[in-house]
Ligand binder design. Structure first.
Ligand code: PLP
Length: 410
Protein backbone atom coordinates (compact mmCIF):
# COMPACT_ATOMS: atom_id res chain seq x y z
CA UNK A 1 0.00 0.00 0.00
CA UNK A 2 3.01 2.23 -0.34
CA UNK A 3 2.17 5.54 -1.95
CA UNK A 4 4.75 8.31 -2.46
CA UNK A 5 2.32 11.09 -1.45
CA UNK A 6 1.45 9.36 1.80
CA UNK A 7 5.10 8.51 2.49
CA UNK A 8 6.28 12.09 1.94
CA UNK A 9 3.56 13.55 4.16
CA UNK A 10 4.46 11.19 6.94
CA UNK A 11 8.20 11.58 6.49
CA UNK A 12 8.38 15.38 6.25
CA UNK A 13 5.17 16.44 7.99
CA UNK A 14 4.12 16.67 11.61
CA UNK A 15 1.98 13.76 12.73
CA UNK A 16 -0.81 15.90 14.15
CA UNK A 17 -3.44 14.17 11.98
CA UNK A 18 -4.19 10.55 11.20
CA UNK A 19 -5.65 10.76 7.67
CA UNK A 20 -7.58 7.93 6.02
CA UNK A 21 -5.35 6.23 3.43
CA UNK A 22 -6.61 8.04 0.33
CA UNK A 23 -4.78 10.64 -1.77
CA UNK A 24 -7.15 13.19 -3.30
CA UNK A 25 -6.25 14.90 -6.53
CA UNK A 26 -9.48 16.49 -7.80
CA UNK A 27 -12.88 17.72 -6.63
CA UNK A 28 -16.12 18.69 -8.33
CA UNK A 29 -19.41 19.31 -6.57
CA UNK A 30 -20.03 16.61 -3.96
CA UNK A 31 -17.35 14.36 -5.48
CA UNK A 32 -13.60 14.03 -5.03
CA UNK A 33 -11.22 11.73 -6.91
CA UNK A 34 -8.10 9.93 -5.74
CA UNK A 35 -4.76 9.39 -7.48
CA UNK A 36 -6.04 6.12 -8.97
CA UNK A 37 -9.07 7.76 -10.55
CA UNK A 38 -11.56 6.41 -7.97
CA UNK A 39 -14.49 8.71 -7.25
CA UNK A 40 -15.82 9.38 -3.74
CA UNK A 41 -18.87 11.11 -2.30
CA UNK A 42 -17.54 13.68 0.16
CA UNK A 43 -19.62 13.38 3.34
CA UNK A 44 -17.20 15.53 5.34
CA UNK A 45 -16.82 18.61 3.15
CA UNK A 46 -13.68 19.61 5.06
CA UNK A 47 -15.49 19.86 8.41
CA UNK A 48 -18.24 21.93 6.74
CA UNK A 49 -15.91 24.30 4.89
CA UNK A 50 -17.07 23.08 1.47
CA UNK A 51 -20.81 23.73 1.74
CA UNK A 52 -20.97 25.02 -1.84
CA UNK A 53 -19.33 21.87 -3.22
CA UNK A 54 -15.82 21.49 -4.57
CA UNK A 55 -14.66 23.97 -7.23
CA UNK A 56 -17.98 25.78 -7.50
CA UNK A 57 -17.76 27.39 -10.97
CA UNK A 58 -19.16 30.80 -9.91
CA UNK A 59 -16.76 30.97 -6.96
CA UNK A 60 -13.77 29.76 -8.96
CA UNK A 61 -14.40 32.38 -11.61
CA UNK A 62 -14.87 35.14 -9.01
CA UNK A 63 -11.56 34.06 -7.48
CA UNK A 64 -9.78 33.94 -10.84
CA UNK A 65 -11.02 37.36 -11.90
CA UNK A 66 -10.02 38.99 -8.62
CA UNK A 67 -6.71 37.11 -8.51
CA UNK A 68 -5.76 38.82 -11.76
CA UNK A 69 -6.71 42.23 -10.38
CA UNK A 70 -5.71 42.78 -6.74
CA UNK A 71 -5.06 40.35 -3.91
CA UNK A 72 -3.12 41.36 -0.82
CA UNK A 73 -2.58 44.94 0.26
CA UNK A 74 -3.05 44.70 4.06
CA UNK A 75 -5.45 46.87 6.01
CA UNK A 76 -3.06 49.78 5.82
CA UNK A 77 -5.17 50.85 2.83
CA UNK A 78 -8.79 50.72 1.74
CA UNK A 79 -9.86 48.44 -1.10
CA UNK A 80 -12.92 48.50 -3.36
CA UNK A 81 -13.96 45.03 -2.15
CA UNK A 82 -13.98 44.92 1.66
CA UNK A 83 -16.69 47.50 2.39
CA UNK A 84 -19.32 45.88 0.19
CA UNK A 85 -18.59 42.45 1.66
CA UNK A 86 -18.97 43.75 5.21
CA UNK A 87 -22.15 45.63 4.27
CA UNK A 88 -23.69 42.50 2.77
CA UNK A 89 -22.97 40.25 5.75
CA UNK A 90 -24.11 42.89 8.27
CA UNK A 91 -27.41 43.50 6.45
CA UNK A 92 -28.00 39.78 6.05
CA UNK A 93 -27.14 38.82 9.62
CA UNK A 94 -28.66 41.72 11.53
CA UNK A 95 -25.32 42.63 13.16
CA UNK A 96 -24.06 46.19 12.90
CA UNK A 97 -20.32 45.59 12.53
CA UNK A 98 -18.00 42.91 11.14
CA UNK A 99 -14.27 42.30 11.62
CA UNK A 100 -12.61 40.01 9.06
CA UNK A 101 -9.93 37.46 9.92
CA UNK A 102 -8.76 34.29 8.18
CA UNK A 103 -9.15 31.13 10.21
CA UNK A 104 -11.92 30.28 12.63
CA UNK A 105 -9.57 30.31 15.62
CA UNK A 106 -8.55 33.89 14.82
CA UNK A 107 -12.20 34.97 14.74
CA UNK A 108 -12.76 33.30 18.14
CA UNK A 109 -9.65 35.05 19.52
CA UNK A 110 -11.07 38.31 18.19
CA UNK A 111 -14.36 37.62 19.97
CA UNK A 112 -12.55 36.89 23.25
CA UNK A 113 -10.48 40.08 22.98
CA UNK A 114 -13.55 42.17 22.15
CA UNK A 115 -15.51 40.67 25.06
CA UNK A 116 -12.73 41.35 27.54
CA UNK A 117 -12.15 44.91 26.41
CA UNK A 118 -15.92 45.54 26.38
CA UNK A 119 -16.09 44.27 29.96
CA UNK A 120 -13.38 46.74 31.07
CA UNK A 121 -14.37 49.77 29.05
CA UNK A 122 -18.16 49.48 28.85
CA UNK A 123 -19.39 47.15 31.58
CA UNK A 124 -16.92 48.46 34.15
CA UNK A 125 -15.20 45.26 35.26
CA UNK A 126 -12.03 45.81 37.27
CA UNK A 127 -8.82 45.45 35.23
CA UNK A 128 -7.68 41.85 34.55
CA UNK A 129 -10.73 40.37 36.30
CA UNK A 130 -12.94 39.65 33.25
CA UNK A 131 -14.32 36.13 33.00
CA UNK A 132 -15.39 34.15 29.95
CA UNK A 133 -17.80 31.25 30.39
CA UNK A 134 -17.70 28.33 27.94
CA UNK A 135 -19.17 24.82 27.83
CA UNK A 136 -17.66 21.46 28.51
CA UNK A 137 -17.06 19.40 25.36
CA UNK A 138 -16.63 22.62 23.33
CA UNK A 139 -14.51 23.10 20.24
CA UNK A 140 -13.48 26.65 19.38
CA UNK A 141 -10.08 26.12 17.75
CA UNK A 142 -6.48 25.31 18.56
CA UNK A 143 -4.62 28.41 19.75
CA UNK A 144 -3.26 28.44 23.28
CA UNK A 145 -5.95 30.83 24.53
CA UNK A 146 -8.66 28.68 22.96
CA UNK A 147 -7.43 25.24 24.02
CA UNK A 148 -7.27 26.80 27.47
CA UNK A 149 -11.09 26.65 27.26
CA UNK A 150 -11.14 23.04 26.13
CA UNK A 151 -12.24 20.17 28.35
CA UNK A 152 -10.63 17.59 26.06
CA UNK A 153 -7.51 16.44 27.92
CA UNK A 154 -5.57 15.73 24.70
CA UNK A 155 -6.09 19.27 23.38
CA UNK A 156 -4.42 20.71 26.48
CA UNK A 157 -1.85 18.08 27.45
CA UNK A 158 1.65 19.47 27.13
CA UNK A 159 0.58 22.94 26.01
CA UNK A 160 0.05 24.79 29.30
CA UNK A 161 0.03 27.20 31.01
CA UNK A 162 -3.17 28.75 29.70
CA UNK A 163 -4.59 32.23 30.21
CA UNK A 164 -6.74 32.58 33.33
CA UNK A 165 -10.26 33.99 33.46
CA UNK A 166 -12.23 31.03 32.18
CA UNK A 167 -15.15 29.12 33.64
CA UNK A 168 -16.59 25.90 32.26
CA UNK A 169 -20.22 24.84 32.64
CA UNK A 170 -22.17 21.86 31.24
CA UNK A 171 -23.57 22.31 27.72
CA UNK A 172 -27.34 22.55 27.42
CA UNK A 173 -27.93 23.64 31.01
CA UNK A 174 -29.04 27.27 31.29
CA UNK A 175 -29.34 27.05 35.09
CA UNK A 176 -25.60 26.35 35.22
CA UNK A 177 -25.03 29.53 33.21
CA UNK A 178 -27.12 31.59 35.59
CA UNK A 179 -25.13 30.21 38.54
CA UNK A 180 -21.72 30.74 36.91
CA UNK A 181 -22.27 34.42 36.11
CA UNK A 182 -20.61 36.94 38.43
CA UNK A 183 -20.31 40.73 38.16
CA UNK A 184 -16.99 40.06 36.35
CA UNK A 185 -18.48 37.92 33.59
CA UNK A 186 -17.78 39.40 30.15
CA UNK A 187 -19.23 36.78 27.86
CA UNK A 188 -20.69 33.33 27.39
CA UNK A 189 -19.20 31.57 24.34
CA UNK A 190 -21.26 28.66 22.98
CA UNK A 191 -21.77 26.52 19.88
CA UNK A 192 -25.48 26.25 18.91
CA UNK A 193 -24.72 22.59 18.12
CA UNK A 194 -21.42 21.09 19.30
CA UNK A 195 -19.79 19.88 16.09
CA UNK A 196 -16.40 18.39 16.98
CA UNK A 197 -17.87 17.38 20.32
CA UNK A 198 -19.99 14.76 18.53
CA UNK A 199 -22.88 16.69 16.88
CA UNK A 200 -24.54 17.38 20.23
CA UNK A 201 -27.85 19.24 19.96
CA UNK A 202 -28.87 21.10 23.15
CA UNK A 203 -32.46 20.95 24.48
CA UNK A 204 -34.97 23.11 22.60
CA UNK A 205 -35.15 26.63 23.95
CA UNK A 206 -31.63 26.51 25.41
CA UNK A 207 -30.15 29.40 23.42
CA UNK A 208 -33.21 31.55 23.95
CA UNK A 209 -33.01 30.96 27.70
CA UNK A 210 -29.26 31.74 27.66
CA UNK A 211 -29.95 34.97 25.77
CA UNK A 212 -32.43 36.08 28.44
CA UNK A 213 -29.99 35.24 31.25
CA UNK A 214 -27.13 37.08 29.51
CA UNK A 215 -29.30 40.11 28.88
CA UNK A 216 -30.45 40.26 32.49
CA UNK A 217 -26.84 40.13 33.71
CA UNK A 218 -25.25 42.39 31.08
CA UNK A 219 -23.17 39.51 29.70
CA UNK A 220 -22.41 39.09 25.98
CA UNK A 221 -23.78 35.95 24.37
CA UNK A 222 -21.36 34.89 21.62
CA UNK A 223 -22.38 32.03 19.33
CA UNK A 224 -19.62 30.14 17.56
CA UNK A 225 -21.30 29.52 14.20
CA UNK A 226 -18.06 28.59 12.43
CA UNK A 227 -19.37 25.09 11.72
CA UNK A 228 -23.13 25.56 12.11
CA UNK A 229 -23.47 28.85 10.23
CA UNK A 230 -24.24 29.73 6.61
CA UNK A 231 -26.98 27.21 5.99
CA UNK A 232 -25.38 24.07 7.38
CA UNK A 233 -28.24 23.30 9.80
CA UNK A 234 -31.05 24.37 7.47
CA UNK A 235 -31.14 27.99 8.62
CA UNK A 236 -28.76 30.80 7.69
CA UNK A 237 -27.48 30.60 11.28
CA UNK A 238 -28.19 27.80 13.73
CA UNK A 239 -29.32 30.29 16.40
CA UNK A 240 -32.27 31.08 14.12
CA UNK A 241 -33.87 27.76 15.04
CA UNK A 242 -34.82 29.67 18.16
CA UNK A 243 -36.44 33.07 18.44
CA UNK A 244 -33.34 34.93 19.65
CA UNK A 245 -30.37 37.01 18.47
CA UNK A 246 -26.97 36.69 20.17
CA UNK A 247 -24.80 39.75 20.86
CA UNK A 248 -22.09 38.41 18.57
CA UNK A 249 -21.24 35.47 16.34
CA UNK A 250 -18.12 34.08 14.73
CA UNK A 251 -18.15 32.67 11.20
CA UNK A 252 -15.52 30.80 9.20
CA UNK A 253 -15.28 27.55 7.27
CA UNK A 254 -18.01 27.80 4.55
CA UNK A 255 -17.56 31.58 4.39
CA UNK A 256 -14.54 30.97 2.15
CA UNK A 257 -16.65 29.10 -0.39
CA UNK A 258 -14.39 26.06 -0.11
CA UNK A 259 -11.56 28.04 -1.71
CA UNK A 260 -9.93 30.23 0.94
CA UNK A 261 -9.82 30.67 4.70
CA UNK A 262 -12.13 33.59 5.54
CA UNK A 263 -13.58 34.28 8.98
CA UNK A 264 -15.53 37.05 10.67
CA UNK A 265 -16.43 38.36 14.08
CA UNK A 266 -19.87 40.01 13.89
CA UNK A 267 -21.39 42.09 16.67
CA UNK A 268 -23.22 45.26 17.61
CA UNK A 269 -21.65 48.71 17.37
CA UNK A 270 -21.23 49.07 21.15
CA UNK A 271 -18.96 46.04 21.27
CA UNK A 272 -17.00 46.57 18.05
CA UNK A 273 -16.27 50.16 19.03
CA UNK A 274 -13.94 48.94 21.77
CA UNK A 275 -11.34 48.33 19.05
CA UNK A 276 -9.30 51.41 18.15
CA UNK A 277 -6.49 51.61 15.54
CA UNK A 278 -3.63 49.36 16.59
CA UNK A 279 -5.62 47.27 19.08
CA UNK A 280 -5.99 44.22 16.91
CA UNK A 281 -5.35 43.14 13.36
CA UNK A 282 -4.35 40.60 10.75
CA UNK A 283 -2.10 40.99 7.70
CA UNK A 284 -4.37 38.89 5.51
CA UNK A 285 -7.72 39.57 7.18
CA UNK A 286 -10.21 41.19 4.81
CA UNK A 287 -7.92 41.10 1.78
CA UNK A 288 -9.73 41.84 -1.50
CA UNK A 289 -9.36 38.28 -2.79
CA UNK A 290 -10.92 36.83 0.37
CA UNK A 291 -13.62 39.53 0.48
CA UNK A 292 -14.55 38.83 -3.15
CA UNK A 293 -14.75 35.07 -2.68
CA UNK A 294 -16.71 35.35 0.59
CA UNK A 295 -19.12 37.85 -0.94
CA UNK A 296 -19.69 35.48 -3.86
CA UNK A 297 -20.06 32.55 -1.46
CA UNK A 298 -22.93 34.32 0.33
CA UNK A 299 -24.52 35.27 -2.99
CA UNK A 300 -24.40 31.65 -4.23
CA UNK A 301 -25.76 30.37 -0.91
CA UNK A 302 -28.85 32.57 -1.34
CA UNK A 303 -29.27 32.29 -5.11
CA UNK A 304 -28.99 28.53 -5.21
CA UNK A 305 -31.25 28.21 -2.15
CA UNK A 306 -28.65 26.08 -0.39
CA UNK A 307 -30.13 26.85 3.04
CA UNK A 308 -33.52 25.43 2.02
CA UNK A 309 -31.73 22.44 0.44
CA UNK A 310 -29.84 21.76 3.63
CA UNK A 311 -33.13 21.71 5.55
CA UNK A 312 -34.93 19.43 3.08
CA UNK A 313 -32.15 17.03 2.23
CA UNK A 314 -31.04 16.99 5.85
CA UNK A 315 -34.50 15.89 6.99
CA UNK A 316 -34.56 13.21 4.33
CA UNK A 317 -31.04 12.00 5.18
CA UNK A 318 -31.82 11.83 8.89
CA UNK A 319 -35.07 9.95 8.28
CA UNK A 320 -33.32 7.45 6.02
CA UNK A 321 -30.60 6.90 8.62
CA UNK A 322 -33.27 6.26 11.21
CA UNK A 323 -34.72 3.48 9.04
CA UNK A 324 -31.39 1.62 9.07
CA UNK A 325 -31.96 -1.06 11.60
CA UNK A 326 -28.61 -2.06 12.96
CA UNK A 327 -27.96 -2.93 16.60
CA UNK A 328 -24.70 -0.99 16.19
CA UNK A 329 -26.56 2.33 15.82
CA UNK A 330 -26.92 4.08 19.18
CA UNK A 331 -28.26 7.42 17.95
CA UNK A 332 -28.95 9.52 14.88
CA UNK A 333 -28.87 13.25 15.57
CA UNK A 334 -28.23 16.72 14.23
CA UNK A 335 -29.99 19.39 12.22
CA UNK A 336 -29.99 20.05 8.49
CA UNK A 337 -26.90 18.57 6.91
CA UNK A 338 -24.91 18.42 10.13
CA UNK A 339 -25.69 14.86 11.15
CA UNK A 340 -24.05 12.38 13.46
CA UNK A 341 -24.45 8.62 13.59
CA UNK A 342 -23.40 7.27 16.96
CA UNK A 343 -21.99 3.75 16.82
CA UNK A 344 -21.85 1.21 19.62
CA UNK A 345 -18.48 1.49 21.39
CA UNK A 346 -17.82 -2.21 20.78
CA UNK A 347 -17.05 -1.36 17.13
CA UNK A 348 -14.60 1.48 16.33
CA UNK A 349 -16.23 4.21 14.23
CA UNK A 350 -12.93 4.65 12.37
CA UNK A 351 -13.30 1.07 11.04
CA UNK A 352 -16.74 1.99 9.70
CA UNK A 353 -15.18 5.01 7.97
CA UNK A 354 -12.49 2.79 6.42
CA UNK A 355 -15.19 0.44 5.14
CA UNK A 356 -17.23 3.35 3.74
CA UNK A 357 -14.09 4.54 1.95
CA UNK A 358 -14.04 1.22 0.06
CA UNK A 359 -17.63 1.94 -0.99
CA UNK A 360 -16.63 5.34 -2.37
CA UNK A 361 -17.80 7.38 0.60
CA UNK A 362 -15.55 9.74 2.51
CA UNK A 363 -16.20 10.66 6.09
CA UNK A 364 -14.47 10.77 9.43
CA UNK A 365 -15.28 9.83 12.97
CA UNK A 366 -15.38 12.38 15.73
CA UNK A 367 -15.00 11.44 19.39
CA UNK A 368 -14.28 7.78 18.56
CA UNK A 369 -17.91 6.69 18.28
CA UNK A 370 -19.68 9.28 16.13
CA UNK A 371 -19.59 9.29 12.33
CA UNK A 372 -20.12 12.69 10.81
CA UNK A 373 -22.35 13.25 7.79
CA UNK A 374 -21.91 16.83 6.65
CA UNK A 375 -21.82 16.80 2.85
CA UNK A 376 -21.83 19.86 0.60
CA UNK A 377 -25.29 21.45 0.78
CA UNK A 378 -25.81 20.74 -2.94
CA UNK A 379 -26.16 16.99 -2.31
CA UNK A 380 -29.14 15.31 -4.04
CA UNK A 381 -31.58 12.66 -2.81
CA UNK A 382 -30.06 10.08 -5.15
CA UNK A 383 -26.63 10.73 -3.67
CA UNK A 384 -28.05 10.40 -0.18
CA UNK A 385 -29.64 7.08 -1.19
CA UNK A 386 -26.21 5.86 -2.35
CA UNK A 387 -24.77 6.68 1.08
CA UNK A 388 -27.63 4.95 2.89
CA UNK A 389 -27.19 1.79 0.78
CA UNK A 390 -23.47 1.70 1.52
CA UNK A 391 -24.10 2.30 5.21
CA UNK A 392 -26.51 -0.61 5.30
CA UNK A 393 -23.92 -2.98 3.83
CA UNK A 394 -21.08 -1.71 5.99
CA UNK A 395 -23.08 -1.90 9.22
CA UNK A 396 -24.14 -5.47 8.39
CA UNK A 397 -20.51 -6.43 7.78
CA UNK A 398 -19.48 -4.84 11.05
CA UNK A 399 -22.25 -6.61 12.88
CA UNK A 400 -21.28 -10.03 11.57
CA UNK A 401 -17.61 -9.39 12.37
CA UNK A 402 -18.61 -8.67 15.95
CA UNK A 403 -20.74 -11.79 16.11
CA UNK A 404 -17.91 -13.95 14.80
CA UNK A 405 -15.56 -12.51 17.36
CA UNK A 406 -17.88 -13.31 20.23
CA UNK A 407 -18.40 -16.88 18.96
CA UNK A 408 -14.65 -17.54 18.81
CA UNK A 409 -13.56 -20.35 21.12
CA UNK A 410 -12.55 -18.98 24.52
C1 PLP B 1 -13.52 24.45 12.98
C2 PLP B 1 -14.03 25.22 14.12
C3 PLP B 1 -13.26 26.25 14.71
C4 PLP B 1 -11.84 26.56 14.30
O1 PLP B 1 -11.72 26.95 12.96
P1 PLP B 1 -10.27 26.89 12.27
O2 PLP B 1 -10.51 27.53 10.92
O3 PLP B 1 -9.88 25.46 12.17
O4 PLP B 1 -9.35 27.67 13.11
C5 PLP B 1 -13.84 26.97 15.74
N1 PLP B 1 -15.07 26.70 16.19
C6 PLP B 1 -15.84 25.72 15.64
C7 PLP B 1 -17.21 25.49 16.17
C8 PLP B 1 -15.34 24.94 14.61
O5 PLP B 1 -16.06 23.94 14.11
Amino acid sequence: MSNPSIEKESLYGAHNYQPLPVVLVKGQGVYVWDDKGERYLDMMSAYSAVSHGHCHPTLVSALQKQAETLNIVSRAFYTDKLGSFLERICKLSGFERALPMNTGAEAVETALKAARKWAYTVKGVEENKAEIIACSNNFHGRTIAIVGLSTEPQYQAGFGPFPPGYKIIPFGDEKALEKAITPNTAAFLVEPIQGEGGIIVPPEGYLKACAAICKKNNVLLICDEIQTGLGRTGRLFAFQHEDMQPDAIVLGKALGGGLLPVSLFLTKKEVMDVFTPGDHGSTFGGNPLAATVANAAIEVLLQEKLIESAAQQGDYFKQQMKTLNSPLIKDVRGKGLLLGLEIDKRYPAREICLKLLKHGILTKETHECVIRFAPPLIITREQIDTVIKALQIVLQEAESELKNKTTLPA
